[in-house]
Design a protein around this ligand. Structure first.
Ligand code: UTP
Length: 472
């Protein structure tokens, strides 16, 4: 083992301590350690140590020359109705041609929710408590039926939740989707380092590794063969969304149409920020490029700035919904352009130099993560369109309070009421649009306003909407 080339490479990189306990390991454990070590790009870690770890955590975000990014406003907010109608027509054509696939990033650890299991298995709907994955699967089935083309679905997992995610789909018979159209792949991992830049060990035979962030999806899509599969299937648009947001309209013809007609390589949806300090990323323009500046990086004064009409100047909030051009993904994964890593200081359980387990009380090291929105500056013609928050965004992030299972179930209910009452039902609701009882619309009945209207019109008599009703 001492003569293994990986050991020598780690020693040369000043990371030889990773193999300090190797004599205490059995051969299976040694093999595990070597496998972990083989995943580490030592040159990359050296560079990150130099650029991120040895510098202060706050350094690095360039705020010069920032202005608010332009976006296509919804027609009701002053946007061009004819242009939106044309976009929708183009998007429907692309969906009928099978050019669009769905892509959920589900490799996160969901620490804030504190749920044991892949987040996509979390029950979210108001009555049947369908899981997030089931909601997405049924939306995909609904859209496949509507456009006459079953959609492919790519699901990015992590090493930690991959097996459990696949097992969940198998147990549930893929929620009625064709197994051949559901593609799982793992995202990459990055080792954590101490503040001295030394790679941390989780156990004597295991490096402390964690998922490389949602931005890792671009390399993982390429590495897993997903990009080639898309090409073989004639898919050139990937609809990117997060696993924790059941409201998301990831099959949105108008969005697809805007993406196509502007020849955008990476498109985004924005919502106007609800209030100045809302914790969302801000779409900005910087020297001709589109960038997202996180709320934690944008000074308060800028967050609060208003224009002459009193409207927030940096108003465009990012809700992590994108369309990605297939060849753009390939270029980002294989070309000279690469996403930067961000530093996150965390409490990382690890071993001390003597090999004793340490459970830190405060941050003791650094994890490295990439963010998908950092691809925007590299994209040609990136377009941002406005969307209604109520129809696209209500994530489950926290166990309680804002963005929790409770707020998400309520937002689903409000959406169901809007759809039903928009088609002539008379469901009672309070001033916020919330009905006094729970009911549920299956995505197979309607997964958006249009598909709901079609099903509703076809029903005679109309479905009764009462406590516990399920429209299916
Ligand atoms: P979040 O930033 O909400 O992180 O991820 P999280 O890990 O799910 O939750 P916390 O912060 O630990 O509570 C946003 C989306 O990006 C995915 C998540 O699964 C979620 O869909 N993600 C995040 C990945 O796929 N991989 C990652 O490495 C990180």
């Amino acid at each position: 083992m001492a003569t293994h080339p990986l050991v020598a490479a780690f020693q040369q990189a000043g990371q030889g301590h990773v193999f300090a306990h190797v004599e205490a390991l059995n051969s299976a454990q040694q093999a595990e350690l070597l496998a972990d070590a083989g995943e580490v790009d030592l040159a990359e870690i050296a560079e990150l140590n130099r650029t991120l770890v040895q510098k202060s955590a706050a350094a690095g975000v360039d705020l010069s020359d920032l202005s608010p990014a332009p976006y296509e406003a919804l027609p009701k907010n002053g946007g061009n109705a004819a242009a939106w109608a044309e976009a929708k027509r183009l998007g429907e054509e692309a969906l009928r041609a099978g050019r669009v696939a769905a892509f959920v990033v589900a490799g996160g650890q969901g620490t804030r929710l504190g749920y044991d299991g892949p987040k996509g298995t979390y029950p979210v709907t108001p009555v049947l408590k369908k899981s997030l994955f089931q909601v997405f699967a049924e939306k995909i089935r609904g859209a496949g039926a509507r456009y006459g083309k079953p959609l492919h679905w790519f699901i990015m997992t992590s090493h930690i939740n991959h097996a459990a995610t696949e097992a969940f789909f198998k147990e549930n018979k893929f929620f009625g989707l064709a197994e051949s159209h559901v593609h799982f792949f793992r995202q990459g991992r990055m080792p954590a380092v101490g503040f001295d830049g030394k790679i941390l060990l989780e156990e004597k035979h295991r490096i402390a590794m964690s998922p490389d962030g949602h931005g890792g999806s671009l390399r993982a899509l390429q590495r897993s063969g997903a990009v080639d599969l898309m090409q073989r299937e004639g898919i050139d648009i990937l609809s990117y969304f997060q696993v924790d947001n059941p409201l998301v309209r990831f099959i949105d013809p108008a969005f697809v149409g805007w993406h196509l007609k502007t020849r955008s390589e990476m498109s985004s949806k924005m919502v106007p920020k609800a209030y100045a300090g809302e914790k969302v990323g801000h779409f900005c323009t910087q020297r001709g490029q589109t960038v997202v500046i996180e709320y934690s990086d944008l000074p308060k004064a800028m967050q609060e700035e208003t224009d002459a009409s009193g409207k927030l100047r940096f108003v465009a909030g990012s809700i992590a919904i994108h369309l990605l051009d297939r060849e753009f993904i390939r270029r980002m994964a294989t070309g000279a352009d690469a996403l930067p890593f961000h530093r996150a200081d965390k409490k990382i359980p690890c071993l001390d130099a003597a090999g004793n387990a340490v459970k830190p009380e405060k941050a003791n090291g650094v994890k490295f993560e990439m963010f998908v929105f950092d691809a925007l500056p590299f994209a040609k013609h990136p377009v941002i369109i406005e969307t209604d928050r109520a129809d696209d965004f209500s994530p489950v992030k926290n166990a309680e309070g804002v963005d929790s299972p409770k707020t998400c179930a309520e937002d689903q209910l409000r959406q169901f009421v809007r759809w039903a009452n928009g088609n002539g039902a008379a469901v009672a609701a309070d001033a916020t649009g919330l009905p006094p009882f729970a009911f549920e619309v299956s995505p197979l009945f309607g997964y958006d306003e249009d598909s709901f209207a079609v099903s509703w019109a076809a029903r005679s008599p109309k479905p009764a909407i009462t406590a516990g009703a399920v429209l299916t």
